[in-house]
Structures are given as structure tokens and as C-alpha cells.
Design a protein. Structure first.
Lengths: 229, 475
């Protein structure tokens, strides 16, 4: 143990006029961590059904300059991606997450699309990821790092497309945390990215400009297929 | 960072006469407060969330040692390292030691006020490690060799013309006839220049908005995405944070995030909120190979248990300075150290000593706006008053003010004498000023009348009129 550590902790305890916490007080803190109670949750997403949540998510996302397209099933994804690329005059080649959901997309229907699976190279103009959750409260995407979804995909390309099954749209951020705790038994991935719109800056005269360092455009494909998890 | 807080008065005078600065501040005053108001108007729970945020942080501060130890344990469990620094010097040495160990030549930096506090950039440069600021505002002021003037908008004191000039002087490889008139082209140029730096950097340094005890995670919030490229691309991610950044759980972080962006920029959420836990996992295709957190005390443990403890709730949103009439008039540089505005007027004397920052707690009209917009309900005016008291006790206030106040106190404690003097003064000044209606200068109050006129009294004091009215009523 470093002397700095001991001195700092000693000073804190001195200021709080007590020694290290033990017994009942420590147990209370343990319990608070173990139960991780949620506090006040904004009512704006309360009581909404799947349709309502998806609508709120979409409205909030559009508000912060994300673009959203709803598609019925994964089979519609290649068409939607191709349309997006041609609409913005983008190359047909893009970096795509090795996520199993991407494997389920029938890409062969659009033979001109060229997927590069894995993390992007600095020259890739477009990245495609799969969202872990969509948070309706604020129109926020939640993406987890890991072999399925390299985090650099979220930041290096100029255009970032995210596939999000509608079943993954939740109300508040607390619900997104709950899903993460359940899916991984409490283990945190290296990086959790909450993304609320495309990159921007107001650093020059407070004038809002898109595309500061991250993607200039953020596009979400909501897949409405109820059977998709 | 070297402080010039002792020269606040001169700094402020200069700021008031700076045309560029005043034009930039006009834009700030018009922007931030309205955006905040719009955002909280859409969230009926905002007031309750403030109260809850205050409680969460108070709970943390009462148990800070326990939470820090738990946080440390969980960082280590996730494969990261925790270092403790008592002083800026210790923090600088730890950073340098890590850079040396990693053979780092260039370091990209996300925005961190702690790095400003410990003067990291100058130090690294002097040791042969090149720091590159990547937040656009920080990048601009690094090129200009200036300190930040605002904790979330570091270049808010500059006009686009000044930024253009800086870019032309720095990016000399680019065609001189390029168009840089609009912020859009300036942003694009910075993006291109910095992209190269991101890809080449050996180490990435960021700050932390929160440290989560439950998971050993650090959280940063940005709009640009620079903090993410900073931490994802290099071989190691170093987090600089002060002790009080701890929150217990992920849910507590969610609760405070609802306050942060709304209070800061009027957004519901900043664009990128990133929760980082340890280094990249064995199976991860990207991310930093090492993860280090350096915890800085630098005087904060000395604030705990005192009348300044509540300042440790601060989440650095900048709302207090965005709404402060004094900050709005002079900008951040006049405050002379890292933290400007009302929060700086309390934090600076706490960290560098009241004797080095005695003007700051006086740089307030006590209008109370800072406290009313603070998402953590920090009683900033009250704490400034505590510092004014300390200043008085330690005889740091100027002799003229001390003599004047003593004289006033002598009278105020003797009401009949007070009324007698006051009535005479009102009469004499009323007579003297009757013709012009106001005074353009007054003996002993030259500093006050230098920038404003003193309206002439109407000849009678309030007390006199009050007594007369009561007599009339009685009749």
C-alpha cells in the first residue's frame, strides 16, 4: 500500500471523525451496493407498451438529429442500408460488427453491398453495429464492447448505422442497466457507450456543428419483428 | 497551473475593456441559460432530481473512505490499476512514470480539469512527452497557449476570427487561400488534423465525470467523441480524477446524468456517455491494453468535515458561471486559476489558499442565481461569505475597507448615533446634489463613482419619513 493512499484515507477518516467503517454501517453500504436501488425515474416513458416506447424512442432520437428508419424484418435491412448509402453518396463497402444478428441478415439480396466484418480501418467511411438497447427516455443507443461489437465502429467512421430490434427499446436508463446486469450476470464489458445523436461541438462561438470527432451522421434501423430479441 | 487569482482586480479591468472577449460573452449570456431552461421545462421531475442528487453526493461524502476502497477493489478486479496522489506533483510523476514505462512519446487528452489543476501539459512537454488536447475548445487554447476560460466550454472567450487566425498560424501545411470563415470549416479542419494524432498516440488521458464504486468504472461525458477516440485507440488509458467523483452504483450515475447535461448545455443527454471498466478483455478486438486511474486529493480531504464540504458535491456542469453576472461580464480568465465563476470563487481558495485568492469570494453580487441553478444545490453564496469572514479574521482585507467597516459597525451598534449621522448625511448630500440630481464623483468613493453615478438623496432618511408617517397616522 502506498503511503499516499494511507495518508489520504487517514485524512478522510480524520475529517469524518471516525475510523474505518465496520459492523452495521459497513453492512448497510454493502446492502446498498447489492440492491442498487433506482431513484426517481422520469414519468415520460412510464407505462408505455412496445408501440409507445418505440414511438417515444424514435421521436427523441429525431429530436437530437439522429435519423431513424423502421423496417419490418431483418430481410428488409439490406435494402434499407443500400438506400441509405446511395442517398448519402457513400461507398457500398462498409465495416460491419461480427454480431450474430448481422449474420442473420440476408445480405446476398443486395450483392453490391460489401461487408467487412470486424473493427474498422481508419479509412472506412461507414460502420454498422448492433444496439444492445435503445433508451426511449432520451433517444439514446446503448452499445457494448466485445468481440461482437468493436467500440471503434461507433467512432471512427463518418456514418454510423445501428440495427436495433424494437424489442430492445426500453423506457429509462435504469431499465437498460437492469438488462445489462441480467444478460451478463453483473460483469461489465470494457466499454458501455451511450450514444445520443451524431457527434457535435459548440466550442466555436457556441454555434452547433455536427461531426466534431465522431460520426457526422447517426442512423438507426429499428427492426419491428417481434420474434427478434 | 500558475495562479494569477491575486491579481483579480487588474484582470477584471482588462477583461471589461477587451472587445473580442465582450463580444464572445454576449453570445454566452444569450445561449446557455435559455437552453437550460428549455431542457428542464420538459422534465417535471427536475426539482426532485436535484434534491435526490444532493442526497446521493452527501451520502457518498459521509462514507467516502469506504467507497474509495471499494471502488479501488473493483478497478483491480477488472484488471485495472489505481494510483493515489496527494499533490499535483505526485500526480504528474505518476503520469510521467506510466508514459516512460510504456515508451510513450505522444499522449492524446480528452478534456480533464484535473490535468489543468496539476499543470500536466507543461510538465509532460518539459519531459519530452507531447500532450495533444483533442476537445476542440481545448485544442484551440492549447495552440494559443492559454488556460481554459470555462470548465465545459474552454474557448468560449474567443471569436471565430481569433480561431481562424490561430489555425492559419499553426496549420501552415494547408493551402493559405482556404476558406475558414465559418465555424463549420474550422471544425472540419480540426477534425482532420486531430484524426491523425488520435491514430498515432501511445497513451490516452481522460478525466472522469463519475467513478462508480459498484463496478470500478469511470464515466466520461462528451459531445464530440474525442474522449472515446482518446481512450480506445492508444495502448493505455489513464484516467485522472479527484476523490469526490465517486458514486455508489450505476443507478446513481443514471440519476446524476439526468442533472448534468441539462444543467450544462441544456441537452437531455450529452452525445457520448461512456462507461469504461478495466482494459480490453482478451477477446476484445479493440480498446486499450492497460487501464490506470490516478486519484487526486490536492486539498479536498481538508474540505471534508468543514463548512466547505458541500462544495465537494459539485459535478462541474458550469451552470453557476453560465448564470453569473460577474462571470458574464469578465469571463473566466480574470479569475486567475483553473476554476472560474462562483464554483471557482469557492473552490480556488479551498485548494490554493484564501491568501492567494482573496478577491474571488468578493467577486459576487450575492444575487443567488448560482445557488438557484446549481443541480447539486450547493450554497455557493453562503460559502463565499464564509471566506469573506475568514479574510476578515486573517486581516487579508484592505486597510481602508477594514477601517470603513469598523466605523460603520461602531455606528450600527448605536442606533441613535447612526440615525443622527445618517440624517445629517442625507440632508447635506441632498442639498449638494439637488441641482444635478446625482453625483459624478464623491470623496472616499472614487472607485465606486468612476463607473457609475450616485443618485442624490432626497434630503430625508427613510427612518425619518417612517417616523413622520407613523406620527401622522396616530393623529
Amino acid at each position: 500500500m502506498s503511503p499516499a493512499r494511507e495518508e489520504i484515507l487517514g485524512k478522510l477518516r480524520g475529517a469524518l471523525k471516525r475510523g474505518p467503517l465496520t459492523g452495521e454501517r459497513a453492512a448497510k453500504l454493502e446492502a446498498r451496493l447489492a440492491n442498487h436501488p433506482a431513484g426517481i425515474v422520469p414519468r415520460r416513458s412510464e407505462g408505455l407498451d412496445r408501440k409507445g416506447l418505440t414511438k417515444l424512442f424514435e421521436d427523441q432520437a429525431v429530436e437530437i438529429a439522429t435519423t431513424v428508419e423502421r423496417v419490418r424484418t431483418l430481410a428488409d435491412v439490406p435494402r434499407a442500408v443500400a438506400d441509405y448509402l446511395s442517398c448519402h453518396n457513400l461507398p457500398a463497402e462498409f465495416a460491419a460488427a461480427p454480431d450474430p444478428l448481422v449474420d442473420k441478415v440476408p445480405w446476398s439480396e443486395r450483392p453490391l453491398l460489401k461487408l467487412k466484418r470486424g473493427k474498422p480501418s481508419p479509412t472506412d467511411a461507414v460502420g454498422l453495429s448492433v444496439g444492445f438497447c435503445g433508451i426511449a427516455e432520451t433517444g439514446t443507443l446503448m452499445l457494448l464492447s466485445g468481440p461482437d461489437n468493436p467500440s471503434t465502429l461507433n467512432f471512427l467512421p463518418d456514418d454510423h448505422i445501428v440495427i436495433l430490434p424494437a424489442s430492445r427499446v426500453v423506457g429509462p436508463m435504469e431499465e437498460a442497466w437492469r438488462q445489462l446486469r441480467e444478460s451478463r450476470g453483473g460483469a461489465m464489458p470494457r466499454t458501455v457507450n451511450f450514444i445520443t445523436g451524431p457527434s457535435r461541438t459548440g466550442d466555436i462561438e457556441q454555434k452547433l456543428e455536427m461531426g466534431a470527432h465522431g460520426p457526422r451522421r447517426q442512423h438507426i434501423l429499428i427492426v419491428e419483428d417481434e420474434s427478434l430479441r | 497551473m500558475q495562479s494569477t487569482s491575486h491579481a483579480f482586480k487588474d484582470n477584471a479591468h482588462e477583461a471589461l475593456g477587451n472587445r473580442h472577449l465582450q463580444s464572445a460573452l454576449d453570445k454566452m449570456r444569450a445561449g446557455f441559460p435559455q437552453r437550460r431552461l428549455d431542457a428542464i421545462g420538459k422534465l417535471p421531475e427536475f426539482e426532485d432530481l436535484r434534491e435526490q442528487g444532493r442526497e446521493i453526493k452527501n451520502h457518498v461524502l459521509e462514507n467516502l473512505d469506504w467507497y474509495l476502497e471499494r471502488y479501488e477493489r473493483n478497478v483491480i478486479a477488472a484488471g485495472g490499476h489505481v494510483h493515489w496522489a496527494r499533490t499535483p506533483e505526485e500526480m504528474r510523476q505518476i503520469v510521467l512514470g506510466l508514459c516512460r514505462k510504456l515508451g510513450a512519446r505522444t499522449v492524446t487528452k480528452g478534456k480533464t480539469m484535473i490535468a489543468e489543476e496539476v499543470g500536466l501539459n507543461d510538465f509532460l512537454e518539459s519531459e519530452g512527452v507531447t500532450p495533444i488536447e483533442t476537445d476542440l475548445g481545448e485544442y484551440i487554447i492549447q495552440l494559443r497557449r492559454e488556460p481554459p476560460s470555462h470548465i465545459i466550454a474552454p474557448a468560449i472567450h474567443l471569436t471565430k476570427g481569433q480561431v481562424e487566425k490561430t489555425f492559419r498560424e499553426t496549420h501552415t501545411d494547408l493551402p493559405p487561400d482556404r476558406n475558414l470563415e465559418e465555424p463549420r470549416s474550422l471544425v472540419a479542419e480540426a477534425r482532420t488534423m486531430l484524426r491523425e494524432k488520435f491514430l498515432k498516440a501511445d497513451v490516452g488521458i481522460t478525466g472522469a465525470n463519475f467513478l462508480i464504486a459498484e463496478t470500478g468504472s469511470s464515466v466520461i461525458v462528451t459531445n464530440e467523441g474525442n474522449g472515446d477516440l482518446t481512450q480506445l485507440l492508444p495502448r493505455a488509458h489513464i484516467v485522472l480524477a479527484s476523490l469526490e467523483k465517486i458514486v455508489p452504483t450505476l443507478e446513481d450515475a443514471a440519476a446524476l446524468l439526468r442533472l448534468l447535461a441539462r444543467s450544462a448545455t441544456g441537452q437531455d443527454m450529452s452525445v457520448y456517455t461512456t462507461v469504461s471498466t478495466g482494459p480490453r478483455r482478451a477477446e476484445d478486438p479493440d480498446g486499450p491494453g492497460e487501464y490506470h486511474v490516478i486519484l487526486l486529493d490536492n486539498g479536498r480531504s481538508g474540505m471534508l468535515g468543514t463548512e466547505f464540504q458541500e462544495m465537494l458535491r459539485c459535478i462541474r456542469c458550469g451552470a453557476c458561471m453560465n448564470h453569473c453576472p460577474v462571470y458574464g461580464a469578465i469571463g473566466g480568465h480574470a479569475y486567475g486559476w483553473v476554476y472560474p465563476g462562483p464554483m471557482g470563487a469557492v473552490l480556488t481558495p479551498s485548494l490554493i489558499g484564501i491568501e492567494n485568492a482573496k478577491h474571488l469570494p468578493n467577486a459576487s453580487t450575492f444575487c443567488g442565481k448560482c445557488e438557484s441553478v446549481c443541480p447539486m444545490k450547493i450554497p455557493l453564496p453562503k460559502m463565499m461569505r464564509h471566506y469573506r469572514e475568514r479574510e476578515w479574521q486573517r486581516r487579508l482585507s484592505p486597510p481602508a475597507a477594514r477601517v470603513g467597516l469598523k466605523f460603520w459597525a461602531f455606528l450600527a451598534l448605536r442606533p441613535p448615533l447612526y440615525h443622527f449621522f445618517y440624517a445629517i448625511a442625507a440632508q447635506v448630500l441632498g442639498l449638494l446634489g439637488r441641482r444635478q440630481g446625482s453625483f459624478y464623483n464623491l470623496p472616499l468613493a472614487g472607485a465606486w463613482t468612476a463607473t457609475r453615478d450616485m443618485p442624490a438623496p432626497q434630503g430625508r432618511s427613510f427612518q425619518e419619513m417612517w417616523h413622520q408617517r407613523r406620527k401622522k397616522k396616530a393623529v
